[in-house]
Design a protein around this ligand. Structure first.
Ligand code: AHM
Ligand code: MG
Length: 341
């Protein structure tokens, strides 16, 4: 055996190794991650052959946010629920696509963990074959026993014990953290395994890219507008003007920001005072990941993970990315940095 040969680490092996870092681990938590991985592979299989099986297109229904629900959203939502309802490790789930919490069926045991998920993020992009994703977030239950409750599902983001996402793109990647750094796995379709490809990911302290739906410019608050103008000003030492990249698929925009650095924004505007993105399903999990990678996530005023949730589907403005970029953005929002010379 050639000892210089790099080791192949499957997600299964990685989960086991992470578990061993925690004394007293029972394996229940690893069980949650393992079951999730299976769901992701099933969703990947379906998204990658979507055009072939005539599953593209709208169901004609709207979800509780008023978005049109696509067939693949429904498929992904049900796939995750069914993969996770019987393992005995969860007490309750909640999904962006469902108004109420999702209980574990009576015939299965309940466990000590809580799963929140956005089954198919960026679904308006499906028909154009643009990258889409799944986002997940795991908490420990706070209710004592039996079925989990809405309170289990509306804990502050700082209480997350794991978070991750899958991006179904030119290749399919799973990125996750259990509070011990961020790890990325690329799916090898020939063997159906996620293999470790990005170890201990760190976001650059400063980037050269900003990512925002600039079509909403006229509705933003003055500080955000001035910050965007600042990014567009020329300053070679500070790598300005920044490049603009916006896919309109949060997972894909986040993934690029994590790897290349820079800033992603979905600010509030005069029409949507709380922005568009969902705190529990989108902002909190990505905030945990970006912080674990050395970056920052805020709502314009405070740290995302410090927001006290008041409802399952609440929205939040979201600014996340490289620490230096977020710091400058915050100065503009606070009105302390208006010199564009
Ligand atoms: P969703 O597809 O789960 O409803 O998520 C909302 C999506 C995000 O992926 C993306 O960042 C954002 O909406 C894009 O919004 P907009 O089209 O307003 O730029
Ligand atoms: Mg979403």
């Amino acid at each position: 055996m050639n000892s210089s040969q790099s080791k192949v680490v499957t997600i299964e092996r990685h989960i086991n190794e992470q578990e061993r870092l925690h004394t007293g681990a029972t394996g229940d938590f690893s069980g949650v991650l393992r079951d999730l991985t299976l769901a992701f592979k099933i969703i990947w299989r379906q998204t990658s052959k979507a055009g072939l099986v005539n599953i593209l297109g709208a169901t004609g229904k709207e979800n509780i946010h008023g978005d049109q629900v696509k067939k693949l959203d429904v498929f992904a939502d049900e796939t995750i629920y069914k993969a996770m309802d019987h393992g005995g490790n969860l007490c309750v789930m909640a999904s962006e696509e469902n108004e109420d919490v999702l209980h574990i069926p009576d015939r299965y045991p309940t466990g000590k963990y809580v799963l929140l998920y956005d089954p198919l993020d960026g679904s308006s992009n499906i028909d154009a074959n643009v990258s889409i994703g799944t986002i997940f977030s795991i908490y420990r239950r706070i209710s004592k026993s039996g079925k989990g409750t809405i309170e289990d599902c509306t804990q502050g983001g700082f209480k997350q014990i794991a978070a991750g996402y899958v991006v179904y793109g030119s290749s399919t990647m799973l990125v996750y953290t259990t509070g011990n750094g961020v790890y990325g796995f690329t799916l090898d379709p020939s063997i159906g395994e996620f293999l470790l490809s990005h170890e201990d990911l760190k976001i650059p302290a400063k980037g050269k890219i900003y990512s925002v739906n600039e079509g909403n410019y006229k509705y933003w608050q003055p500080g955000v507008k001035k910050y965007i103008k600042f990014l567009q000003e020329e300053n070679k030492e500070e790598s300005r003007p920044y490049s603009l990249r916006y896919i309109g698929s949060l997972v894909a925009d986040f993934h690029r920001t994590l790897l290349y650095g820079g800033i992603f924004m979905y600010p509030s505007d005069i029409r949507n005072k709380k922005g568009k993105l969902r705190l529990m399903y989108e902002a909190n999990p990505l905030a945990m990941i970006v912080e674990q990678a050395g970056g920052v996530a805020m709502d314009g005023e405070q740290r995302i993970l410090d927001i006290k949730p008041d409802s399952l589907h609440q929205k939040t403005p979201l600014f996340l990315g490289s620490s230096e970029d977020i710091k400058i953005c915050k100065e503009f929002i606070d009105g302390r940095e208006f010199d564009l010379s």
